[in-house]
Design a binder for this molecule. Structure first.
Ligand code: AOF
Ligand code: ZN
Length: 379
């Protein structure tokens, strides 16, 4: 008997598919993380797979290959997959075709694919081919959407998902009045950030943070590998110093300087000669320049943008409604000083009742810090 819809067994197969999908984290962008499990008509798991590398097999084909390698025939089986099977030919041929050829009888997928080339076409082709197709509901469906927020926002808006990461004191400050911020959070928290840097597509900072901290913004985890993302500096007047750590480390990772048309030509050319890329964001005001810059990052298929401050840039992005997630490391230290910088310094709300409310907030301990993870938007 094929696994029934919505049963605990079926949820467990989807949870396993979600776990498998994690195997591609940091390696498949701009593609989504996808995992798949194939279950025989008698209820036995006969194949597992995930999308492991950009350009490599999709999860569905990887799971079918696993069946073959185990010497089992997937005819009549059920496929549990975290994303709707594709119908297009891209870096890989369509999965819907492979599933029909393999004789799979039923497909349960946990999330819809919002890209223009998908949007239900794969499930339609499968149904036409006589396959029983279902979109799962419940906690696994929600987890499958959360798994691919950068992919989903990029597909829907053409802009990257923005996660603002900041370390703050118990009294809500990200830097002392003079700008000092080393180190607010614990070594464990900083290790987590280095790993996160290695998984995202781009890291953004404002020029104020660069001038105050001279950060490197590369991924330097103690454990695991560090793939360096693009480093983006929002720098209206092209003030990024030529002797900054960012310019000094161009061999490790590229730097994109987002300036305005008002930035002095000499400063722009000097940065270009040093090896940075300059993006002159069109628009007469900061908000439209921000939007133009995000559109450009989206065109480059950078879906996962990690914003590392400071409060001015984060405030402007918050006002523009472009911060999707906040990850705040709250450290057990108190500054208590007037003029110490707050996490967000934009126009914001003037009354508590008008303040932004996240969709969901989770928290956990990291070393001696508390990590607060707030999702402001869901895609
Ligand atoms: C993946 N992995 O496991 C599934 C995907 O360029 P391609 O041919 O690899 O196609 C990428 C698209 O295929 C992706 O945007 C998504 O719409 C669909 N499904 N993609 O990378 C997978 N199942
Ligand atoms: Zn596919």
């Amino acid at each position: 008997m094929a696994a029934e819809t919505g049963t605990e067994t079926e949820s467990a197969h989807l949870r396993r598919a979600l776990e498998l999908a994690e195997g591609g984290r940091g390696r498949v962008s701009p593609n989504p993380l996808v995992g798949a499990v194939i279950v025989s008509p008698s209820g036995e798991v006969i194949g597992e797979g995930f999308h492991a590398e950009l350009g490599d097999l999709h999860a569905e084909r990887a799971a079918l290959r696993d069946c073959r390698e185990r010497g089992v025939d997937p005819t009549g089986a059920t496929l549990f997959v975290t994303l709707e099977p594709c119908a297009h030919s891209g870096r890989q041929p369509p999965c819907s075709e492979a599933l029909l050829e393999a004789g799979v009888a039923r497909v349960v997928y946990a999330s819809e694919d919002p890209t223009g080339k998908a949007s239900g076409r794969g499930p339609g082709i499968l149904r036409d081919g006589g396959v029983d197709v279902e979109l799962a509901r419940g906690p696994e469906a929600s987890a499958a959407r959360l798994l691919n927020q950068p992919f989903r926002k990029l597909a829907r808006t053409g802009r990257p998902l923005v996660t603002y990461k900041a370390a703050m004191t118990l009294d809500g400050r990200v830097a002392a009045p003079g700008g000092d911020s080393r180190w607010i959070s614990s070594a464990e928290s900083r290790e987590l950030v280095h790993r996160r840097r290695g998984e995202c597509d781009a890291i953004a900072v404002g020029i104020g943070t660069v001038l105050a901290d001279d950060p490197l913004l590369t991924a330097r985890p103690e454990r695991g590998e560090g793939r360096n993302p693009l480093r983006v500096v929002f720098d209206t007047r092209a003030r990024l110093p030529l002797d900054s750590a960012l310019i000094g480390s161009l061999e490790e990772a590229p730097v994109l300087v987002v300036c305005s048309g008002e930035a002095p030509t000499a400063a722009r050319s000097a940065l270009e000669r040093a090896g940075a890329e300059l993006l002159v964001a069109p628009g007469g005001d900061p908000a439209s320049r921000l939007a133009a810059a995000l559109d450009e990052l989206g065109r480059r298929e950078l879906g996962d943008l990690l914003l590392e401050g400071g409060p001015t840039l984060a405030g402007a992005l918050f006002d523009a409604g472009e911060i999707d997630r906040m990850q705040l490391f709250v450290a057990p230290v108190l500054l208590g000083a007037e003029g110490a910088r707050a996490v967000l310094e934009g126009k914001g709300a003037k009354r508590i009742a008008e303040g932004g409310r996240p969709l969901a907030v989770e928290h956990r301990s990291v070393g001696e810090d508390l990590l607060i993870d707030a999702r402001l938007r869901e895609w």
